[in-house]
Design a protein around this ligand. Structure first.
Ligand code: PMP
Length: 365
């Protein structure tokens, strides 16, 4: 539901016309099975938690402002990806990074191209920053056909894997887009890329030195289980990174706080824990898809930590199933929107959470 606006007498016309992003519900009741906002069902790396504790225990350090450019964290990310520090940008969640991307690269005479079914923050940012958006329909099986992205444009933004479908676009297709639109910035939002079976083959980070117009964003919120910390990043040619930094320092000179810088860097350093949990979620996803198929769901192929699944029931709509799940304390996501209203987006939970979901679904259906 769209929030109701207060007395708008003193608001500018721009503020009055905003239709803000509506985040997934963060319920306050206990004992809910929360599978609605794609958080990691597992804890963050114990080493990340220890690093954050160390900051909190150091009064002398907390008294001081944080390192303004998050250099240690950016260096850790650069080392992880075999890049230089000036090819890495960090912000308060990838949502902030994306806002800076819109403000830095997309205010152009020609429209920004994006799939009609995609991350719902893009239209909000386009509206906020006055960027004209052209939505390109996904094809019949919810894939992106890059032949539909031929027109001259003021930029392209695509979530890969796409949200809320979970479907992956190939690296070859991304490369074609970057090459074809060399005068526009092409942004690949890889919030969920670590849940691709073969991350190295799927991630466009490997292409940023080849294409100086390519920006890849990622986040610590999903595969690194740190959504509460708010850390996101972008990888790109140093000239684009410089633009993001200049834009950030033009209206928000505050860097990541000390806890976030330390926790995120320690998470990157703990590669073993990361890989173990990443593979666990992928295995849980395969089992969940299997169980949903057995219940008659149509499930799109997912490379993310969620699945997009249609109940395919003769009498119950997806909305009915969503509401009945909710009554039983299982929360998933549903949009009353064209083409996707027959689907539910379900976050992959722990084995116990997934079992509870399947048990309640079995009862409902
Ligand atoms: N991109 C996509 C596709 C997402 O689904 C999300 C999470 N809702 C984000 C970016 C933002 O994630 P965060 O701000 O937590 O990094």
């Amino acid at each position: 539901t769209t929030p109701t606006l207060p007395n708008t007498r003193l608001w500018s016309d721009k503020a009055k016309s905003l239709s803000p992003y509506v985040p997934g519900e963060q319920p306050k009741h206990a004992n809910l099975c929360k599978l609605n906002t794609n958080e990691n069902p597992f804890a963050p790396s114990p080493k990340a938690i220890a690093a954050m504790r160390a900051v909190l225990d150091d009064e002398a350090v907390l008294r001081l402002y944080p390192e303004p450019e998050s250099d240690a964290l950016r260096q850790a990310l650069a080392d992880f990806h075999g890049l230089d520090i000036d090819e890495v940008f960090v912000g308060n969640g990838s949502d902030e990074v994306l806002a800076l991307v819109f403000a830095s690269f997309f205010l152009k005479p020609q429209p920004l191209l994006t799939p009609d079914i995609g991350y719902s923050f893009y239209p909000v940012y386009a509206d906020t920053f006055g960027v004209e958006l052209q939505k390109i329909p996904l094809n019949a099986d919810f894939c992106i056909d890059i032949n539909d992205y031929q027109a001259p444009c003021g930029g392209i933004i695509i979530a890969n894997p796409n949200a809320p479908t979970g479907v992956l676009l190939s690296l070859a297709d991304i490369e074609t887009l970057a090459r074809r639109h060399s005068d526009s910035v092409v942004v690949i939002d890889e919030a969920y890329i670590d849940y691709a079976d073969d991350v190295a083959a799927a991630s466009a980070v490997s292409l940023i030195r080849k294409y100086d117009n390519l920006v890849v964003t990622q986040t610590f919120s999903k595969s690194r289980a740190l959504a509460g910390l708010r850390v996101g990043m972008a990888f790109a040619n140093p000239s684009l990174i410089a633009a993001l930094s200049a834009m950030k320092n033009s209206f928000n000179s505050y860097p990541l706080d000390r806890v976030a810088q330390a926790g995120a860097a320690a998470s990157i350093a703990d590669g073993e824990y990361f890989e173990q949990k990443r593979l666990e979620v992928i295995a849980l996803r395969a089992a969940l898809v299997n169980d949903l198929n057995e219940l008659g769901f149509k499930v799109l192929p997912s490379s993310a930590n969620f699945v997009f699944a249609a109940p395919n029931h003769h009498t119950l709509s997806a909305k009915d199933v969503f509401e009945k799940l909710r009554e039983q304390g299982v929360i998933v996501r549903h949009w009353q929107k064209e083409r996707i209203s027959e689907y539910l987006r379900i976050t992959v939970g722990t084995a116990e959470q997934n079992a509870r979901l399947i048990q309640v679904l079995t009862q409902i259906l």
